[in-house]
Ligand binder design. Sequence first.
Ligand code: PEP
Ligand code: MN
Length: 337
Amino acid sequence: MIIQLSSTINNFQKDSIVKKVSEFGYKVSEVKTQKGTYLISIGKKEFDIRQLGFLSGIEDIHRVSDDYKLVSGKWKVDRSVVDLGDGVFIGGNSLAIMAGPCSIETEAQVELTINHLKENGVQIMRGGVFKPRSSPYAFRGLGVEGLKMWHKKAREAGIKIISEVMQVSQIADMYDYVDVFQVGARNTQNFNLLDELGKVDKPVMIKRGISGTIEELLYSAEYVFSAGNEKLILCERGIRTYERASRNTMDVNAIPILKEKTHLPVVADPSHGIGIREFVEPIALAALMAGADGIIYETHQKPEEAYSDGQQTLDFNESARLIRKLLKAYELRETAF
Ligand code: PEP
Ligand code: MN
């Protein structure tokens, strides 16, 4: 059960609600986010919520049978929209396109990418400065210095930044230079990291774990929300299966399922989803038609020279074509279907 408290509630009123709900055998946890205060009440016994009706300070009460509560779609009337500022949104009545290299490499690369995005109307640039690489000898990113260089150029161009944070200590270092923190597939269940990201007032996009279930992804989001941050986005990026013909198996199924289970925006990453450059476009379009609120993919001026993930990275011509097709398909989805 989620008890939404009114913004004018005082401590005495809050204590009375906690006391009453505890008397019904419920364990109560208070969650305070940027947008509101909630009492998450977990218990087995059913009771008539009208019995709380006489208490003041309650805005609304929602019965949510799912084990994850705050991210569940069962209580919120409207879908959540994440606002990055300056008219840039993820979720809601627009398609969010996020594109950029796997890794931030050089100043020249950043400039070329920003120009490409601007020419094609893309407002959010992706790129890693801390790279989780399977081999410790592979390029592991430019770190905070690279992020600062990128941020300066992106700000000048009015472009927003999404970048992966791999550990708690990086949150503070990155905070001023990102618009969205990305939690990578290898960190979906890094609960300490999720807890700490719950304490910051900045959007967080959580990718599905490499072998993670949809439910586990929702629990990961619940960690961040319950720690205080409701500016959340979920990302399907393919899962590991027995299939070896593609890098991962893009679970397009997850998109409508997530959209049904949660009010959070759901985006898709076809680059990691299939891992094969020629097939990024059809998989992006499939994810879009399945209901994705956004698409995040990798592009580079010379994919064959990219420091990481070149095999799944689009060149700028392919990227421009994908953007055109995505916008057309999105319009079709929203108007013709
Ligand atoms: C990435 O976005 O470059 C990345 C490492 O993704 P994932 O965490 O999905 O593997
Ligand atoms: Mn990558």
